[in-house]
Design a protein around this ligand. Structure first.
Ligand SMILES: [Zn+2]
Length: 327
């Protein structure tokens, strides 16, 4: 464990918000979640060391390392998958009429502009490489950076060039990428500030960065506090709001392009689950070798459908998406 100054502004003054723990895996340890008194960045302080962090990234069961349709589904059950398939078709049909309902991948493609052959796309924290495949299908040369060896192999098997390790170790050439993606990975990295500086170094002039991270200014974060599922200690070392993410991009030399938020269908269920666990003394974290499906998720998810539309409309969703352009 190591005390650090704020990664965004360098200030050492912070306020303790909560003591947190790993709520996803039943692994011991408590962590201090703090807020910078100067700029409002949220982070774990002290930061866990690499050995401790490794224990909290078991290869089996961590959703980012799963491939295919299971990768996006935290809960795996045939009944629920059938329900999700029906819902996907329903939402797809609606999204033809209302563009704001389009899938996040579709939105990403729209905002990043046409993808063509010869383009070089890098996904930092690419997991098993599923997101990169969208770019590969459109003719781009796809590169990934990933710390998990098994996920690296899966990514390579899909035809992506994956570097196993940290972005800073990969030593990519200057001005060599058109797009650098961070899909739910920046909050896991020990210095988002240094990482974005590196992203800018390797991006061509006019190249774009696309970052999606949990939104700690979301309704869910405010409502659930330390039970907000996206706190995900200790894997998430940092927490951002729209204001701190804009500051991070501008301070690392990017022109901020686009910002929106959205809410995941199961999000409120996960936060509620954590809340109930603590209040009713239930010791069932999400993952115990096998994920247990809760019947009430199936009932609750459709109830959240319309509230989610409103939340997305007013940009209070728990996932924040921001893009920047290398001038
Ligand atoms: Zn700060």
């Amino acid at each position: 464990m190591k005390m650090i100054p704020c990664d965004l502004c360098g200030d050492k003054n912070y306020r303790i918000l909560y003591m947190t723990k790993d709520r996803y895996f039943p692994i011991e340890g408590t962590f201090q979640f703090v807020k910078c008194q100067n700029c409002g960045l949220l982070y774990l302080n002290p930061q866990p060391g690499s050995e401790e962090l490794q224990r909290h990234y078991p290869t089996e069961g961590y959703y980012a390392y799963r491939s295919g349709k299971n990768a996006t589904s935290i809960v795996n059950s045939e009944k629920l998958n059938l329900f999700r398939s029906i819902r996907t078709v329903f939402i797809w049909a609606l999204s033809r009429i209302f563009p704001s309902l389009r899938s996040e991948m579709e939105k990403e493609m729209v905002y990043l502009g046409p993808i063509h052959s010869g383009m070089r796309v890098l996904d930092v924290g690419c997991g098993s490489g599923d997101s990169l495949s969208f770019y590969q299908e459109r003719g781009a040369s796809t590169y990934g950076v990933e710390i998990n060896a098994k996920a690296c192999e899966e990514g390579r098997a899909k035809g992506h060039k994956v570097f196993c390790g940290e972005l800073s170790e990969a030593r990519f050439e200057e001005d060599s990428f058109d797009i650098v993606l961070f899909h739910q990975s920046l909050e896991h990295i020990c210095s988002p500030h240094r990482t974005l500086l590196e992203a800018r170094r390797i991006l061509k002039p006019g190249g774009k960065v696309w970052v999606s991270i949990p939104n700690h200014n979301s309704i869910q974060a405010r409502l659930f506090g330390k039970w907000f599922y996206a706190i995900e200690s200790p894997r998430h070392l940092f927490g951002f709001t729209p204001a701190t993410s804009v500051r991070l991009l501008t301070q690392t030399g990017f022109q901020v392009g686009h910002l929106h938020t959205y809410s995941l269908p199961g999000g409120p269920c996960f936060s509620l689950e954590y809340f109930l666990n603590d209040h009713f003394n239930r010791s069932n974290p999400f993952y115990y070798g096998k994920i247990q499906i809760k019947w009430w998720y199936i009932v609750a998810e459709p109830l959240f459908f319309f509230p989610r539309l409103l939340i997305n409309l007013f940009d209070f969703g728990e996932i924040l998406v921001i893009s920047g352009r290398n001038p």
